[in-house]
Design a protein around this ligand. Structure first.
Ligand SMILES: *Cc1c(COP(=O)(O)O)cnc(C)c1O
Length: 369
């Protein structure tokens, strides 16, 4: 053992102020079958054609991938009716969030997010050296007025997840347009639409219309949720040419690996996949919410594939979490989101939803008397 160095290399102080992101857990000691409802993953595994495509290109893994993700951007463009030249792919949309913060943020700048917005914005903004400001929410929903009131002369970037994770709440397109209209032209608005495919509400746009309307809005999307490819790490952004150009200068040159690119292209082509997953989610998020309500758990309205479930107190939420674990079910604690009285529960398969409902029923039965 050597003695600790008297003068070790020191990270920038803001780095040590970051609480490392804790992903959803997938394992429980001593439990054979774990039901993972902690990471908002699609419940049906990968699309079969994506699995096939991944196996097929495995024999080419000695080759570097296409650094421009050309085929993938073409396939995304065709699927969503967008110009591939204005699309950039990333190692998950998380990579793009990081780059956006470093490109437009930095010391002396402010990044704005909502109170219970996605924690990755806080991590990436802080890492870049920006101050991260959190605007109050009303009713667990992003407030356009509060977001606009939070703007400072130093503000350069604003993040809005729509629907938001972990609250599940949605802003209609009319509100998003009001937000953009009220923001200074030089502020980049980042519309994170990771859950766009699950939205049933009318008056919703994932963001491409707003991107097209100006030079200062970018939309982020992902293959990690409805497309069932969280382990492949593929996300993408659609934005103004200048923003896409800036990201292309700094992103990982070969950021999306060869197998991931092939899997994502195939996932887009899987017939009926999105429609089936969405239809299942719509039915079961409503059923599960109704069951929770009946049990006395507040199920916040959600347009995503998850439900923010309010148990009233942190103690009771912790108790429910522990109870579910005894049945092999892992959900997401919300302490990191300043919601310790809540759990976020992903909508799983029909069987998984039934098991969660049974377990919650069992837990709530222990809470009376
Ligand atoms: C899951 C999620 C993402 C996607 O992350 P990836 O890096 O693409 O897996 C982005 N934003 C929000 C709000 C999410 O919940």
């Amino acid at each position: 053992m050597t003695a600790p160095a008297a003068n070790p290399p020191r990270p920038r102080p803001e780095v040590m102020a970051i609480a490392a992101y804790v992903g959803g857990e997938h394992k429980l000691p001593g439990v054979n079958r774990v039901i993972t409802l902690s990471a908002n993953e699609g419940p049906f595994g990968p699309p079969p054609s994506a699995r096939e495509a991944a196996v097929k290109v495995a024999g080419e893994m000695h080759h570097y991938p296409d650094g421009g993700s050309i085929e993938l951007r073409k396939a995304i463009g065709a699927r969503f009716g967008l110009d591939p030249a204005r699309i950039v792919c990333g190692t998950g949309s998380d990579e793009l969030i990081q780059h956006i913060c470093h490109i437009y943020g930095g010391p002396g700048t402010d990044v704005i997010m909502s109170m219970h917005g996605f924690t990755m914005y806080q991590i990436a903004g802080t890492y870049a050296g920006s101050r991260v400001l959190k605007a109050p929410e009303h009713n667990f929903t992003t407030s356009v007025d509060e977001m606009l009131a939070a703007v400072t002369p130093e503000t350069t970037v604003m993040f809005v997840a729509n629907p938001n994770n972990p609250t599940g709440s949605l802003l209609p397109e009319s509100e998003m347009l009001r937000l953009r209209a009220g923001l200074r032209e030089d502020i980049l608005l980042v519309l994170d639409s990771a859950y766009a495919e699950y939205v049933e509400a009318a008056d919703y746009d994932a963001g491409s219309r707003m991107v097209d309307a100006g030079e200062n809005t970018i939309m982020l999307r992902t293959f990690s949720k409805i497309f069932g490819l969280g382990g492949m790490r593929v996300g993408w952004g659609y934005g103004p040419p200048m923003v896409i150009d800036a990201i292309n200068r700094v992103r990982g040159v070969f950021n999306v690996n060869k197998i991931a690119q092939a899997a994502a292209v195939a996932a887009l082509a899987e017939p009926g996949w999105v429609e089936r997953c969405k239809a299942h989610n719509t039915v079961w998020r409503a059923k599960l919410s109704a069951i929770m309500t009946r049990l006395g758990i507040v199920a916040h309205p959600t347009e995503g594939n998850f439900i923010l479930s309010d148990f009233g107190t942190a103690e009771r939420a912790k108790g429910a979490d522990a109870f579910l674990r005894t049945r092999g079910i892992i959900v997401r604690g919300m302490t990191a989101y300043d919601l310790p009285h809540c759990l976020r529960i992903t909508v799983g398969t029909e069987e998984e939803c039934g098991l969660v409902a049974d377990a919650l029923t069992g837990f709530m039965a222990t809470q009376h008397g």
